[in-house]
Write a protein of this length. Structure first.
Length: 361
């Protein structure tokens, strides 16, 4: 037997090897039969079936990479917290603690501040926290006017008042809305409509108590305070109350001694424009233009005539809201209010009390 024959016999003695070779050869020739892997008898386990537990806490992960990311949780050192000694708040960083403690330091400084020295006015004993405020306040008593207008030389006690006055000398912008009767011009059409009532005599704002009418809503509000007794504007020197800010400003001139309204005839100064006109009418003109039709009494002012006519008509426009009694003059109502005890109110009568008396000729 040759060497080749003996080799072939050894190959045949392993039938399983031949079968595998033949099977693989037949599979390669048959394209319709699918290829089966060697370990097809053992199905592969899915990833979800695999379990990787943590040896420290027992937590289970489906991937080893997740387990590795989890392990530093047990080996990580706890964060250092910086605690505030004032309010027990804690912070992870020293910088945040320092920034927080500043709020406590600011609060402590409010208690450590020394009380401010008070500067007292020698005229009315009022105190001020700053000296410049006291100096400005004293000008109300002394009448000092250190700020002078560079155009006309008029003096003022406040620098702001002087600057506002100097602007009146500057060229004013054009006012497009002009009155056809007197030629007076205004910036806004609403101002022109309000002014036009002085020519037409229209008074759309009516008092619900005494039925007095006014051309402006501000006049009605000011008038209603004569019924309610409200005086919201207080003098800081003598604490006297007034119905309007204009009345308060006029009253303030009595403390400062300022008399800006000068008589064009004799040069005498007055704190109020109405007093100056009354002086000019009574002293220099001396003409009685207003005569009462009932008794023939003459007056230099229309306002004085209307007050006098109440003695004939019995009109009492000033109503006491406590008892319902009416008065002809506001000062009589003010004097009457003092007779009522505070916080005591009586229901108003259905018909207001009206008293008539005869005028003595």
């Amino acid at each position: 037997m040759s060497n080749f024959d003996s080799h072939m016999l050894r190959e045949i003695t392993y039938p399983e090897v031949v079968m595998v070779m033949m099977g693989s050869e037949s599979d390669s020739n048959d394209a319709s039969t699918p290829t089966q892997p060697e370990n097809s008898a053992k199905p592969a386990r899915s990833i979800s079936d695999r379990a990787f537990p943590c040896s420290d806490c027992g937590k289970v992960f489906n991937r080893p990479s997740k387990l590795e990311r989890h392990k530093p949780v047990h080996t990580r050192k706890p964060k250092t917290l910086y605690q505030c000694q004032h309010c027990d708040k804690s912070f992870p960083q020293q910088e945040k603690l320092n920034r927080h403690q500043k709020c406590h330091n600011r609060h402590k400084r409010t208690h450590s501040k020394k009380p401010k020295a008070l500067h007292q006015c020698s005229y009315c004993m009022k105190t001020f926290s700053k000296l410049n405020k006291l100096v400005r306040h004293k000008r109300m008593h002394t009448g000092e006017r250190p700020f002078v207008c560079s155009v006309c030389g008029k003096g003022f006690s406040e620098a702001g008042h002087c600057k506002a006055h100097e602007k009146t000398h500057e060229e004013q912008p054009e006012k497009p809305h002009c009155c056809p009767d007197c030629g007076m011009c205004f910036f806004k059409a609403s101002e022109l409509r309000r002014h036009f009532r002085s020519h037409t005599g229209e008074k759309p704002f009516k008092c619900s108590v005494c039925e007095s009418c006014f051309s402006r809503s501000e006049g009605l509000k000011r008038h209603m305070r004569s019924h309610t007794g409200e005086r919201p504007f207080k003098c800081l020197i003598c604490f006297k109350g007034f119905y309007s800010r204009q009345d308060l400003n006029i009253h303030g001139l009595t403390h400062s001694g300022e008399k800006p309204h000068l008589c064009p005839v004799c040069g005498k100064g007055f704190s109020q424009l109405g007093n100056m006109k009354e002086h000019e009418q009574n002293v220099h003109i001396k003409s009685a233009n207003y005569i009462c039709n009932d008794c023939g009494a003459s007056f230099t002012r229309y306002k004085s005539l209307t007050k006098h006519q109440r003695t004939h008509t019995g009109e009492r426009p000033y109503l006491c809201l406590t008892c319902g009694r009416r008065f002809s003059w506001s000062h009589s109502l003010s004097r009457h209010r003092r007779s009522h005890k505070p916080n005591k109110k009586v229901a108003l009568p259905k018909k207001p009390l009206i008293f008539f008396f005869r005028c003595l000729k």
